[in-house]
Design a protein around this ligand. Sequence first.
Ligand SMILES: Nc1ncnc2c1ncn2[C@@H]1O[C@H](COP(=O)(O)OP(=O)(O)OP(=O)(O)O)[C@@H](O)[C@H]1O
Ligand SMILES: [Mg+2]
Length: 303
Amino acid sequence: MTRIIEARNLRKVFGDFTAVDGISFDVRQGECFGLLGPNGAGKTTTIRMLYGYSPATGGTLNAFGGPLAENLRSVKMRMGICQQEDNLDPDLSVEQNLLVFARYFNLPVEAAQKEAHSLLRFFALEGRSATSIRELSGGMKRRLVIARSLINRPDLLILDEPTTGLDPQSRHQVWQRLEELKARGLTILLTSHYMEEAARLCDRLLIMDQGNILVEGPPAQLVMNHVGREVIEVNAPSEAMRTFLQDKGVLFEEVAQRLLIYNAGDGELFIHLSRDFTRAGCTLRQATLEDVFLRLTGRELRE
Ligand SMILES: Nc1ncnc2c1ncn2[C@@H]1O[C@H](COP(=O)(O)OP(=O)(O)OP(=O)(O)O)[C@@H](O)[C@H]1O
Ligand SMILES: [Mg+2]
C-alpha cells in the first residue's frame, strides 16, 4: 500500500497555544481521506503543514515517499491545493485565473489553455471563460477554485472545506465531480463540516478536536463502533420514561427537549417506548456519522 502522506507526531504551536498536538496519520494512494472536527480543531493548520505553507513545529512529514521539507518544490508540483477561502484574483477573468495559475507550474501556454477549457467544461463553467470573478456566484467561485487546483494534474488533491456555503445542488455536483476524479485514481484529502459529504466521499477519515485525533477509520465502521446501527430519538420525554431507561441501564443523551438512545438494538426497546410511554415523537432511525461526531466532540459551541 503506497502512502502518499505519512504524518508522525505532527505538531504546530503558535506562541504558547498548541493548535496541533502530535498527530499521526497516513493518506494512502487512491483513497479519499477526511479530516473532520469542530471549528478550531486544527484541520486547516494540519493541511497547511502538508503543503508547506506553514512549517511544522515538531514531528515528521513525508510526502510521496520522501521528507516533505527536502522535496518541497517537487512535491508541490504534484499537489493541487484548494484553500478554505476563495482566493481568486478578482481583477482577472475566469479563464485568466486558470492560466495565471498554470504559469506557476511552467505549463506551456497551449497546454494550459487546453487544460483550462477541459476543466471549465468538467465543472460546468464553460461559457463563463471571459466572465469577471466579481460576477460569479459563490457556487461558481468554489467550482472554479477546485478546477484551478487541478490545472497541474496533481497526484494528490487537498481540499479545505470544498463545499462550505454551497446550495444542495452545487454541493451534489461537486460531490459527483470528486467521485469521478477518485474513480480516475486521484488521491484526495479533504476537510468538511458536512457529515453526509464525509460519509459519502471518504474511504477513511479521522475526527480531531483541540489538536488531537479522537478516532480514525472508515465512516461506516466508526458509526457501528460508536453509536451502533440505529438511534432512537424521543421528543419531550416524560420522567417515567427517564426512570425506566435508568433502571434498565440504557445509556441515553439529553439534548434540549430530546433524548437520544444510541446502540438502540433490535427494535424491541423502540416498540416498548413508543407503546408504553409516548405515542408521538418517538422515532427509530439509522445512525449517522453526525451522531458519532456529536457524541465524541460534544454539543457545546466552539470559538
Ligand atoms: N497563525 C495563527 N496564529 C495563532 N493561532 C492560530 C493561527 N492559525 C490558527 N490558529 C489557531 O489554531 C486553532 C486551529 O485553527 P484551524 O484554522 O486549524 O482550525 P480548523 O479546524 O481549520 O477550524 P475551522 O473548521 O473553523 O476552519 C484555532 O484556535 C486558531 O485560532
Ligand atoms: Mg479550517
